[in-house]
Design a protein. Structure first.
Lengths: 103, 158
């Protein structure tokens, strides 16, 4: 069976960057898929399902990262992760991070 | 951002007494007050801000580690400390395990890059099992200080 690969390059738009809460939301979303998910920034390639690994990117606003998924649901995974990042990581109350920036 | 840039060794607590989430956070904030990194007036608002952040989702990231934190306008640079609980504390962690190792961090809201660089350093080091094991085994604040210093000198992560 050939492994499906899907990738997209996205820019972190939320003012606070990929701090812990967005990192957690990203890892949680990524973990819903069976595909292996990796995030690439410059020469770093990390496990997109691990909060700690995402934090090691230190990705500030404006940083470009590539999201790569390998597996049967790669396409859906990348689509959903791109949606999450480009929406600026809204929290449960629907507020964007800019409105709740003190976290 | 290296540990020495935001952790003052006088604030490190190796034998936390508290057994609850709020208790541990308060004990660590008080350690920062005793070491002169925060003032007594900052205790309540900062403890409440960190607890409010915990309500959004526990900062207990698993493997016995938690990184309680907040952004607070009353600090002008990232302020952090390290705490160790021998018995472990229920922190509603992602993996359900009790937490022994705490990295508490308070950052100014207007410097998100500094906050990210502090988190980046903490998370990089925490990925190293030896670093975590040494910290959990530390008997004194001085042991912790030495491990942080070695981490700052890249002795754990290549």
């Amino acid at each position: 069976m050939t492994e499906e690969k899907q990738s997209a390059t996205i820019t972190i738009i939320n003012p606070q960057g990929l701090h812990m809460r967005p990192a957690y939301l990203f890892a949680e979303t990524a973990s819903r898929f069976s595909s292996r998910i990796e995030v690439v920034k410059d020469d770093m390639r990390i496990d997109g399902k691990s909060v700690l690994s995402i934090l090691t990117l230190g990705a500030t606003q404006g940083t470009q990262v590539a999201v790569e998924a390998f597996g049967p649901d790669a396409q859906a995974a990348v689509a959903q992760l791109v949606q999450l990042v480009t929406s600026g990581f809204p929290d449960e109350s629907g507020k964007t991070e800019a409105e709740a920036s003190h976290f | 951002m290296k540990f020495c840039n935001f952790v003052k060794s006088e604030s490190i607590k190796v034998d936390l007494d508290a057994t609850s989430k709020e208790g541990v956070i308060r004990e660590l904030v008080n350690a920062l007050i005793s070491s002169g990194m925060l003032t007594a007036e900052q205790e309540e608002p900062i403890v409440q801000a960190i607890m409010k952040r915990e309500e959004l989702g526990s900062t207990g990231i698993g493997r016995g580690i938690a990184v309680p934190h907040t952004k607070h306008a009353s600090v002008s640079q990232p302020v952090g400390t390290v705490g160790i609980s021998r018995g472990g504390v229920d922190f509603q962690s992602l993996d359900g395990e009790k937490v022994q190792l705490f990295f508490l961090l308070i950052s100014p809201p207007d410097r998100p890059g500094d906050h990210l660089r502090a988190l980046e350093n903490i998370s990089k080091q925490l990925q190293d099992d030896t670093f975590c094991r040494f910290l959990k085994q530390s008997k004194t604040a001085n042991d912790v200080r030495q491990i942080l210093e070695e981490a700052d000198n890249n002795q754990f992560v290549s």
